[in-house]
Design a protein around this ligand. Structure first.
Ligand code: SF4
Length: 344
């Protein structure tokens, strides 16, 4: 028991010391507010941190406090989210801002149970905000933390955060000096030192406490995620032109790219001919094939076929010129559709 306590103390001390020296210069660390932290956590789910760091200042400039986002149109946050993917996070962030205004007097709540009531906030994000924004002694496990903890204890059983890692995280956050520094430091340590491939063990301040290093099992711990079979689906995008304007429509509120805009597009689980696409879109003029491409998402591969078609005005759609398209929330796949169309 005393050995375990000592190991926990050494680990937390080393991480806090390392992070105080090596913390990266992210904008939410310079302008450190609970709302800014909440925004950065929403943006960082499934998106590379460098891209989040580029975009976060723009989101904060437009929505410096929850009230501004709560009162805005949903399309405003979707527009700022373009290219980051997983647009449901943007919709959740807006709903979270509305709830902060309605239920919490405009302030981000500071305890885990209240945070978990916010749309889009799970156990990880609640732990991150409570500990990093408010200094609460709350555990927090993401994929980076899971990997470091599994290696320190040579725990070989699970590829993803588990009950075991949450229990160890809880013990460590009790032993640390500052939950804010320790939790954020451990996460960053996993991202830059104890990386999935080729961890920097030779320079690692935790080397003496690392069971995987002692047993040379770093490459096997944690075990790899079982490879995912992505489902293939087919999207048929038709660039309808009238003069210098192009037709756009808004996607449904639920599902893939919910509420984002697109050129008229048919989603299908099977391949369709140009004629079938034309019939489904009730078009009378012939479709001209412009090209195709694949768009890979975490759970599916979307095969896009791009057509163009000249039509008379069609009141089912919004007709926009190039300048207006810049102000439209488009998923990156639809930007590729427009690029295929422009290139031909
Ligand atoms: S010694 Fe290597 S495997 Fe162990 S914590 Fe450090 S970087 Fe990770």
């Amino acid at each position: 028991m005393a050995v375990a306590v000592e190991k926990n103390k050494q680990i937390t001390k080393s991480i806090e010391k390392w992070f105080s020296r090596e913390a990266q210069d992210f904008p939410w660390r310079c302008d450190d507010t609970p709302w800014g932290r909440l925004v950065s956590e929403f943006m960082a789910q499934q998106t590379q941190i460098a891209r989040v760091a580029e975009r976060w200042p723009f989101v904060m400039e437009r929505f410096p406090i929850p009230e501004r986002l709560a009162k805005s149109d949903e399309q405003d946050i979707l527009l700022l989210w373009q290219g980051l993917g997983y647009y449901r996070r943007a919709k959740h962030l807006k709903k979270a801002a509305e709830m902060i205004m309605l239920e919490f007097g405009g302030d981000v709540p500071n305890d885990v149970d209240a945070l978990k009531q916010l749309p889009g906030v799970g156990k990880y994000t609640a732990g991150a905000i409570a500990s990093i924004a408010f200094g609460a002694r709350e555990p927090m496990v993401d994929a980076n933390v899971h990997r470091v903890l599994c290696r320190l204890w040579n725990h070989k059983n699970e590829w993803a955060p588990s009950k075991w890692t949450w229990k160890i995280s809880e013990q460590l956050v009790k032993a640390c000096n500052s939950p804010k520094v320790f939790n954020e430091g451990l996460m960053e340590f996993g991202a830059v030192i104890c990386t999935p491939k080729s961890p920097a063990c030779s320079d690692c301040p935790l080397q003496m406490n690392c069971s995987a290093y002692a047993k040379k099992t770093q490459d096997k711990v944690p075990p790899p995620k079982k490879s995912l079979q992505r489902k293939r689906v087919f999207h048929y995008a038709v660039v309808l032109q009238k003069g210098n304007k192009i037709a756009f429509e808004r996607r449904a509120d639920q599902g893939l790219w919910a509420s984002m805009w697109q050129v008229p597009t048919i989603d299908s689980i099977e391949e369709l001919s140009a004629k079938e696409v034309s019939v489904k879109l009730q078009l009378k003029s012939p479709l001209i094939k412009m090209g195709n491409f694949e768009h890979v998402l975490s759970h599916r591969i979307v095969s896009f076929t791009v057509f163009s078609c000249k039509v008379e005005r069609d009141s089912r759609f919004s007709w926009l010129n190039q300048e207006a398209v810049k102000e439209l929330p488009l998923a990156s796949a639809q930007r590729k559709v427009l690029a295929v169309h422009c290139a031909t």
